[in-house]
Every structure is written in C-alpha cells, then in structure tokens.
Design a protein around this ligand. Structure first.
Ligand code: UD1
Length: 421
C-alpha cells in the first residue's frame, strides 16, 4: 500500500494546472451508453474512479479506445451485459450512474446496491423512486437493484426530489433524455457538474432546459447521436490547491479553471485574509506571508459551500488565527479526519454535526490514516503546514480523485513523496 511522506512547514508558491472534473467525467462517461454513435470525451482526468467507470462500461459490452492524452472514445452499440457487478460498485458508488442510461436505452439494468460508505449511509432511494414513477419495475434482491421497463420506453413525468441529490438528478436527467414525453425535475441539484452533463446530452441531441436551476425540463427524444465533448475543470481540485496556498501562507495560482464555479470558496479565502485575483480561466491566492484568519463554514448544496471542501477547510482552520465552527449538513459521518488532525495537535471539539476549532500556531507532523477521498486531502494539507514529517497512509483514497497529487504539490515547492510498501 502506498503512503505519502510530507516534510511540512514551507510556504507553497507557484502555478498548478487543474484537471478535468471527476464528478463531471463520471456521469458523462455513463451517459455515453445513451448514444447511438461513437462519442469522444476529452479532458478526462486519469484517476482510479475513471478507470473503474471504464472497466464498468467495458464489462457491459461497450467498446472503448483511450489514447495517451486520456481522450476516451466509447461505442455503446454492442452493450449486451446489463449488469453492474458488486465488485465494481463496491469500489465506486458513482457506478449507480449507469442505472438510468441502461434502463432508458436497453429497458433493463441490474446494478449492485451500493453499500454504506465511510462518510455516511448514502442511500439511493430517490433515484429508484423517480425511475419507478417513470414506469420502471424495480425490486431489490440478493443485493442488486433489478430494474426493467416492460413497456419499452420510460415515461416522462413531473418529479419532486425530497432532498437535493447530485447523482440522483443526473441519473434521472439521463433516463429522461430517451423517455417518452416531458420530464420536469423539481428541487434538482444545481451543481456545475449537472450543467456539464446537461450540455453534453444537449450536444448529442437531447432537449434539456433549466440545468443549473432548481427546475430542469427534459423533452425525451427517440435517440441520441454521438460527438465529442470536453469535461469541465475540477472545482474541488482547484479549491484544494488554493487552500494549500492559504494554510502555508503562500501564493498559489490555479490555471484552466472556471472561477465562477469557485465563488463560495473564494469568498471564504478572502475572509481568511487572502488577496484573490482572477482572470477568465485562472485564480491567484496570495497570503502575503500572513497566517490565515479562522473562517466558519456550513456545507450545503451548490452554490453554497461544498461538502467536498469541508475537510480541507478544517485543516485551514486548525492552523488559523482564532476560533471557528465547521458544520456538515450533507453527510452524517463526515468528520473522520478530525481524530487524525487532533493527533497532529489540532484543537477541535465535536458537537453533533458541528466542529468547534481553535487554531494553533503550528501543527506537528505525525503518522495519520486517510479514511476517504476528501478527508485524505485535508490530512495532506495539514501535513504541508505542520512542523516535521507527516506520513499519510492508505492514500489509495486520494488516487480516486486527485491526479498526480504529489507531482502537482512538488511543483508548488512542497517536500512530498510517495512510498510503496
Ligand atoms: C455527489 C458527489 C459527491 C458530493 C455529493 C454532495 C459525485 C459522483 N459525487 O454525491 O462528491 O460529496 O454529491 O455534493 O458526483 N440522499 C438520499 N437518497 C438518495 C440520494 C441522496 O437520502 O437517493 C441523501 C444523501 O444521503 C446525502 C444527500 O442526499 O445526505 C446528498 O447526497 P447526493 O447529492 O446524492 O450525493 P451523491 O450524488 O452521492
């Protein structure tokens, strides 16, 4: 198992190019199942979750060609195995994203029910409820969601999500693209990744309006064509590198980003004392050597502060000047990094879904254990700001969502290396 060894305490300085967004690439790859012609996707990040999605599409019978620049060409015309097996779904919950497209295009799908995960129970009941309302017969048996649509095509429907769900909105938007009639999704997720998926579907011939608002309308069409599409930049990766600049009192520029998607974080960085400058596709954060000030955050669906940046801001607050609170409103068990940060000297007290933090001048390096993808990012950031050596173990979690992380941090001047054991 690989670990990262970080000798912390250096201000990070420089530029980093941000990769394509994992959470946009995954639904877009799943959506290629809907296309009747070849589809080529570019700006796909080279990540474990992306290779898992490729493996899944391949198992279903899709033909994939990947070049050295990670342009992924998919031909879904030979899909013949309508099963997403437990072995793949257990390593990546986002495998659930093939359910809607398989059902809409092929009338049948058996998808392993994702289990619990490190950050909470994460049910998929809202996906299933919506697909049932659209005419699917669904039973859960032997750990699998067994779905079929006996009438052939799914039926468009007006649906209201009980909770804002990102992959739920995406799954139903994909299913509705090939359904008969109009689907109206209310209380839809407004995340930029939902908009990116909608733009991809529209480019293939889908009729979708309202993506990025609470109400998305989809007029089903009989088939979707192929084409090519470039995945949007990863706003969480960008936010993670900017946080690294903030907590090491450095100066970091992220390039090839969409600054509009980063606004909730940029406001918080300014509150922490950072000078922010931005252009069309870049953002610079400069602390001018100063210690960050503590900033309270409360996670909520987009455009509010993202839960996927909560652990990174916890690390920032751990070394900030003053006291802050971090409230997690999306997932019930997303504080696994707290105990590890405490082992590095962080002063954090938990009270339900709120963490109260009193910043310390310096953290101290320690061996710590990554428990999930974003928690790992929080621990790496803490290591970069700590005195001495931090060993972050179980970094296979990080490789699920961050491309060449040690290389990118090294380019910013960090002392970080990977060791295989
Ligand atoms: C997606 C992101 C993940 C991010 C999360 C919240 C992908 C691949 N993953 O996950 O990185 O942290 O959005 O921004 O895009 N819920 C239900 N029933 C359902 C579905 C969801 O109760 O059927 C609940 C969840 O338990 C959670 C909340 O709704 O409390 C939001 O979850 P959701 O938006 O669905 O998260 P994901 O789409 O799984």
């Amino acid at each position: 198992m690989d670990k990262l060894i970080i000798a912390g305490g250096k201000p990070l300085k420089g530029e980093v190019i941000i990769s394509g967004a994992k959470n946009a690439a995954l639904p877009i790859m799943a959506a290629t199942l809907l296309a009747s012609d070849n589809v080529t996707i570019s700006n796909v990040p080279h990540l474990k979750d992306v290779t898992t999605m490729m493996e899944l599409l391949g198992q279903l019978g899709a033909q994939l060609v990947v070049d050295e620049k990670m342009n992924v060409q998919v031909d879904a015309n030979h899909v013949n195995e309508l099963v997403a097996p437990y072995e793949l779904v257990k390593t990546m919950r986002a495998s659930i994203l093939v359910l809607g497209p398989m059902l809409a295009r092929f009338g049948k799908a058996d998808v392993s029910l994702p289990g619990g995960c490190a950050i909470g129970t994460r049910p998929v009941d809202l996906h299933l409820k919506a697909l049932k309302a659209m005419g699917a017969d669904i039973v859960v048996k032997n750990g699998y969601i067994k779905a079929q649509c006996k009438r052939g095509r799914l039926l468009g429907k007006t649906l209201v999500f009980d909770t804002v769900t990102v992959t739920g909105t995406e799954n139903i938007m994909m299913a509705a693209a090939l359904a008969e009639g109009k689907t109206i999704l209310k209380n839809a997720a407004r995340e930029p990744e939902v908009v990116d998926l909608a733009n991809f579907l529209i480019q293939m011939g889908a009729k979708i309006t309202g993506a990025g608002t609470h109400t998305i309308e989809i007029d089903g069409v009989e088939s979707l064509a192929g084409g090519s599409y470039s995945v949007m930049p990863d706003r969480i990766e960008a936010g993670t590198y900017l946080t690294a600049g903030a907590l090491t009192r450095g100066q970091v520029t992220v390039k090839q980003v969409k600054p509009d998607n980063l606004l909730s974080m940029l406001c918080k960085f300014e509150e922490a004392g950072a000078a922010i400058t931005l252009g069309e596709d870049w953002v610079t954060l400069d602390m001018h050597g100063a210690r960050p000030e503590a900033v309270s955050i409360s996670t909520a669906p987009y455009p509010a502060f993202p839960t996927d940046m909560q652990a990174q801001f916890m690390a920032l607050n751990a070394v900030a000047d003053g006291a802050s609170s971090v409230t997690e409103n999306i997932f019930e068990n997303r504080f696994m990094h707290v105990q590890e940060l405490q082992r590095m000297g962080a002063q954090i007290r938990l009270n339900g879904n709120t963490a109260m933090i009193t910043g310390v001048e310096r953290l101290t390096g320690a061996p710590v254990m990554a428990t999930d993808l974003r928690a790992s990012a929080g621990l790496i950031l803490a290591g970069l700001a700590a005195d001495g050596e931090t060993h972050v173990e179980r970094i296979y979690h990080v490789d699920r969502g961050y491309e060449r992380i040690e290389e990118k941090f090294s380019m910013l001047g960090a002392d970080i290396k990977r060791r295989s054991e």
